[in-house]
Design a binder for this molecule. Structure first.
Ligand code: NAP
Length: 526
């Protein structure tokens, strides 16, 4: 059994912080958990970043198969921690054991997925434009591949203590790209973070990799986190959390003498469009599915459906009756932290006190110390269009229904939306003409558009996009889930007329590594 010690990990060495002491809180009881964790300071950031910079050279030059084996070893080590990991995550987050067990599988699955990507050589598709000496003017030989950026800072998210935290998608994709990682663990689940951090550090040691390949720090965001982002050795940042936190890190990264990219996943209200044919055909079924998605995990998903848009009429009213009834009966759910529960309650109150918003239903009162009652409110499109505050994410099980006059106003609402991680459309066959028009608008608004389902539940794969235009993320050109996430931590380099003897294998004549390459524009294993 691995004991949680309350220590950080710097380049394989357990280190006690010297700053503020924090303890995780069990949100289902409000009780503080042992042991205390002492926050790190500037000296810890210095040590972790110096070690990461030292590790970068040898780590990036490892044969790809060894990098893949490292990711697989991390997954194995996480599994070896056993039930203690899920139990600790449950105690620190209040999330159900079954959900956390699934999340652990997702975490190890995505590490292994990146390992497979590396073994197949698909993390980089080299491009080769051979020399054309007889062309006028002659063309030089140009070969392109990607190289890792350098040490990456990762901010663990509170709402996925495993899959978006210490060994989550940001860490997995950065390590797969060849970048050492320094994680700032989230204070909401420090014990879980330590257990996973130890699994990674053990994998580093097991395989004899440079110790600075991984470090885990704890500390306050505005000082330790900002220091990490502004350390000159850090070359990119991965973050999931609030809009304010993400924007603060973007600003810090941009204010450096050398600005660096910050891939921040921030806020999204994940609008759901209910088209008339779908409402008429299966409004009751959609209402039940909607409340299930809204209240899943106490609504603490970045893809929680926080806005519903439909034309007013008897079908919408019937949908609202069913949904309101289900919300009124749904018990309050435990939330991750007292701060998140407070922010949720304030968000619901802000909506409830809005002169043009009507509260349709709220879940029953609760005695739980850290919890959120689900809430469903309704407003008219004219108000929604005129008040940006109504679009803002309320992180938890709260959704705003927007009643529209007609299809033209539905389109107007779609055009007014901020950038989103997801938009959902429920459409019957008879709705396809309107759906096609909407799609044209929505593909400019969101990273993922889904039909006849619910946005909670993000498949980890090759085609997934978990990203989107601002403010859902700080960089809409990529994703934080799925294999494409690796591209955030690499950059292309063109090798012009480099002697054959000096070319890396992936660019060599005859394709010795058997990679998929684009030669003179043509893709193939040549
Ligand atoms: P958060 O406040 O954004 O914190 C996330 C991480 O960023 C923490 O490590 C935090 O450090 C750090 N941070 C925050 N503000 C910072 C700043 N100004 N400068 C440097 N670092 C900073 O997110 P949270 O603690 O998870 O939850 C707070 C709210 O975020 C929620 O109520 C919800 O609205 C939103 N949230 C959204 C998502 C999503 O997926 N969309 C997920 C989780 C949370 P400290 O802990 O020291 O502050």
């Amino acid at each position: 059994m691995t004991q949680v010690t309350g220590q950080m990990i710097i380049a394989g060495t357990p280190v006690s912080g010297a700053g503020n002491q924090i303890r995780a809180i069990d949100p289902s009881t409000g009780a503080e958990l042992e042991p205390p964790f002492a926050h790190g300071d500037a000296s810890h950031v210095e040590r972790a970043c110096a070690a990461a910079a030292e590790a970068f050279g040898p780590y990036r030059r490892l044969p790809i198969a060894e990098r893949a084996a490292f990711l697989e070893r991390i997954a194995d080590n996480i599994e070896k921690v056993g039930d203690e990991l899920v139990e600790r995550a449950h105690a620190e987050s209040g999330l159900p054991v079954a959900r956390l067990t699934g999340e652990r599988g997702r975490t190890t699955g995505q590490l292994r997925m990146f390992a497979t990507l590396l073994r197949n050589g698909d993390h980089d598709i080299p491009r080769i434009d051979p020399a054309l000496p007889d062309r006028t003017p002659p063309r030089v030989d140009i070969r392109q591949r990607h190289v890792p950026l350098g040490p990456v800072a990762v901010f663990g998210a509170s709402n996925f203590p495993l899959a978006f935290s210490v060994a989550g998608g940001d860490t997995a994709s950065a390590l797969a790209a060849g970048c050492p990682v320094v994680v700032k663990g989230h204070d909401a689940h420090p014990g879980t973070a330590e257990l996973v951090g130890r699994a990674i550090a053990d994998a580093v040691a097991d395989l004899g990799l440079p110790a600075g390949t991984f470090s885990l720090l704890f500390g306050r965001g505005p000082d330790l986190g900002t220091r990490l982002v502004t350390d000159p050795r850090v070359q990119a940042v991965g973050f999931t959390g609030s809009r304010a936190g993400g924007l603060a890190l973007v600003a810090a990264a941009q204010s450096r003498p050398q600005p660096i990219p910050v891939y921040a996943e921030m806020s999204s209200s994940n609008p759901v469009f209910l088209l008339p044919g779908a409402l008429a055909e299966r409004g009751g079924e959609i209402a039940t599915g909607f409340v299930g998605s809204l209240t899943l995990g106490s609504g603490q998903f970045c893809t929680n459906p926080g806005v519903v848009i439909a034309v007013d009429g008897p079908e919408l009213r019937s949908f609202l009756d069913t949904a309101a009834d289900a919300v009124a009966k749904r018990e309050a759910g435990v939330m991750l932290t007292p701060g998140i529960a407070r922010a949720y309650a304030e968000g619901v109150t802000r909506l409830a006190e809005h002169a043009k918003v009507e509260v349709l239903a709220q879940g029953p009162e609760t005695d739980l110390p850290v919890a959120g009652r689900p809430a469903l409110v309704v407003t008219d499109a004219a108000e929604f269009l005129g008040d940006e505050a109504l679009q803002q994410e309320v992180f938890g099980s709260c959704s705003v229904v927007v009643r529209c006059r007609d299809a033209a106003q539905v389109r107007e609402v779609a055009e007014s939306l901020e950038g989103q991680l997801t938009v959902t459309v429920h459409a019957a066959d008879s709705d396809h003409a309107q759906a096609a028009e909407l799609l044209d608008v929505l593909e400019l608004k969101a990273g993922r558009i889904l039909f006849d389902g619910w946005p909670t539940g993000v498949e980890v794969g090759h085609a997934m996009v978990h990203g989107g235009p601002f403010p859902s993320t700080s960089d809409s050109r990529t994703t934080s889930v799925g294999t494409l996430a690796i591209e955030r931590f690499q950059r292309p380099v063109a090798y012009q007329d480099v002697p054959a003897a000096l070319l890396p294998d992936s660019l060599a004549d005859g394709n010795p590594a058997g990679l998929l390459r684009r030669v003179d524009g043509e893709p193939g294993r040549h």
